[in-house]
Design a protein around this ligand. Structure first.
Ligand code: ZN
Length: 287
């Protein structure tokens, strides 16, 4: 799944590779996908555009710049339209020739120089077109959440978010990071290594963290997310050029029952909070 670091990496590569390219054709909807957003017939931003509208609007437009916000990748088309991708599981690949095009895709842009961009959704993801003035109506950016790599995300802000947890509410670390309140662009992927390195169990109640644990968790979050960005995303995700990201994950499905790199206790996998969690039961105590 594309999360904050991968969205940043994609935007950087789009700026380096695709900016200046003019679109000859835009083909959306060749392989309809149930969880491609926006879904047809809804009130969601961009849902009013048909596959034919996509081609009509994008044809002749030039990609002028790209940036990301959370796990959403934005591409500006001339001065007035935005295309947003990402926000889930997607292969977004630049092709120098048609030989490497995938058979199935949810979007194929053909550029005037005979190069291509294909987008293939797995699970869910978005291929959304809208007017640039409507960016603040985007439903998947998570404007109400703080960007954990921004300057405004200080240790004081982190402390305050923990203090604001209502007294009678449980708020484990996983839930706190990905949904309540949640950090922008942070999902069930990036938290695994952050929690492992900070020695915090994903089920741990946030309000029970000591001062030292809070400090460690805040600092690890900042440092590891930045490393993931600097290395072009995690090694579970492919980049625009079809290469794996350079950040080597420590905890993932292939190390279950393997010795913890710190203490050699076997790594455990559990289903928790809608998705798998991985942890070392010795380094990361649940309480
Ligand atoms: Zn361990």
């Amino acid at each position: 799944m594309i999360e904050l670091p991968e969205a940043i990496a994609f935007s950087k590569q789009i700026n380096e590779t695709l900016v200046g390219k003019r679109i000859r054709y835009a083909l959306r909807g060749q392989n309809p996908h149930k969880f491609a957003f926006p879904q047809k017939g809804t009130e969601q931003l961009g849902a009013e555009y048909s596959d034919a509208d996509f081609d009509r609007i994008l044809k002749g437009r030039t990609i002028t710049k790209s940036w990301s916000n959370g796990n959403v990748i934005l591409m500006q088309m001339d001065a007035d339209y935005l295309l947003s991708l990402g926000c889930g599981g997607e292969k977004i690949i630049y092709h120098e020739t048609e030989r490497t095009l995938p058979k199935k895709h949810q979007l194929l842009l053909t550029f005037e120089d005979n190069t291509f961009l294909s987008v293939t959704i797995s699970g869910w993801g978005e291929v959304r077109l809208f007017k640039i003035g409507d960016l603040d109506k985007h439903p998947n950016i998570g404007y109400d959440r703080i960007n954990p790599l921004s300057d405004e995300f200080t240790s004081e802000v982190f402390e305050k978010l923990i203090e604001e947890i209502p007294e009678n509410r449980n708020r484990n670390a996983k839930r706190f990071f990905i949904s309540e309140p949640g950090f922008r662009g942070v999902g069930n992927g990036v938290i695994q290594d952050i929690f492992f390195l900070a020695k915090i169990h994903p089920k741990r109640e946030m309000s029970s963290l000591s001062k030292e644990e809070r400090k460690r968790l805040y600092e690890t979050t900042r440092v590891e997310l930045q490393k993931m960005v600097d290395l072009g995303g995690r090694d579970s995700e492919k980049d625009l050029l079809d290469n794996w990201g350079g950040y080597k994950r420590r905890l993932h499905s292939k190390v279950v029952n393997e010795p913890c790199p710190v203490c050699e206790t076997p790594i455990v996998k559990e289903q928790f909070g809608g998705g798998s969690i991985y942890f070392c039961p010795s380094c990361q105590k649940a309480r």
